[in-house]
Design a protein around this ligand. Structure first.
Ligand SMILES: C[S@@+](CC[C@H](N)C(=O)[O-])C[C@H]1O[C@@H](n2cnc3c(N)ncnc32)[C@H](O)[C@@H]1O
Length: 219
């Protein structure tokens, strides 16, 4: 879980009212908090947003870029009867992911594609009703054309960490080595807002989440 951009009392309150997670998700959350070598996962309140968006998408097939240990892949797969295709380039994370997908009994509906998303995305075909983008933040602008091609009309794109510990919004928080990433995140958000046929809002939830819907409003 990454650092949160909200007041601690707001985060604590939001987390205190979330429905309890089952054994496996609770175990992954605990590992991600306690074990430095484990993979970061979406904040629990962001995971709850994923559940809501998955329901609003009407189900169908989902795509995720940035599997980590498959916490969010499992959350998404449980909200649809369709499939989840998920991409991960870090072999250690892919190993944790396979283990968790199997423990969740979801090996038949979650397909893990191991490799670099910029190489895998061009080869993907099909229509996804929801895309969850949670990979290297500096690559978001480069991934967008592929995502728009793969997202069906009416489909939902959820982009995580777009406020990036507040750095996207506030210059004084900016760490020198993150300057390029933050510049790209700003370009990404501007592009989301300006892309014709895409309607976007940014929520200051978790580490900042952009929600975009693809579709022609005159259709
Ligand atoms: C924050 S973690 C994903 C967490 C996961 N979505 C969850 O909530 O359980 C980001 C993951 O994206 C992977 N990643 C980053 N950039 C990538 C890329 N270009 N291609 C494939 N995987 C990438 C990282 O290795 C890392 O495991």
């Amino acid at each position: 879980m990454s650092e949160n951009i909200n007041y601690p009392y707001i985060v604590d309150y939001l987390r205190s009212i979330l429905p309890a997670r089952d054994g496996l998700l609770a175990e992954i959350e605990e590992k991600s908090k306690q074990e430095e070598s484990y993979v970061p996962i979406a904040e629990p309140e962001t995971a709850q947003l994923l559940r809501v968006m998955a329901r609003l998408s009407g189900g169908g097939d989902f795509l995720e870029i940035g599997t980590g240990c498959a916490y969010s892949s499992i959350v998404l797969a449980r909200e649809t009867s369709g499939t989840v295709t998920t991409i991960e380039r870090y072999s250690k994370a892919a190993g944790f992911a396979r283990e968790n997908i199997e423990k969740a009994g979801l090996s038949d509906r979650i397909t893990l594609l191991e490799g670099e998303a910029s190489e895998i995305l061009p080869s993907l075909e099909g229509e996804y009703s929801l895309v969850f983008l949670d990979a290297a933040k500096g690559q978001y602008p480069a991934f967008l054309p592929h995502i728009l091609r793969l997202l069906k009309a009416g489909g939902i794109l959820i982009s995580d960490n777009v406020l990036y510990k507040g750095m996207t919004a506030e210059r004084s928080l900016l760490i020198r080595r993150k300057i390029t990433i933050v510049k790209r995140l700003r370009i990404y958000l501007k592009t989301l807002y300006e892309t014709e046929g895409l309607t976007t809002c940014v929520l200051p939830l978790g580490d900042g989440v952009a929600i975009s819907v693809k579709g022609d409003k005159n259709a």
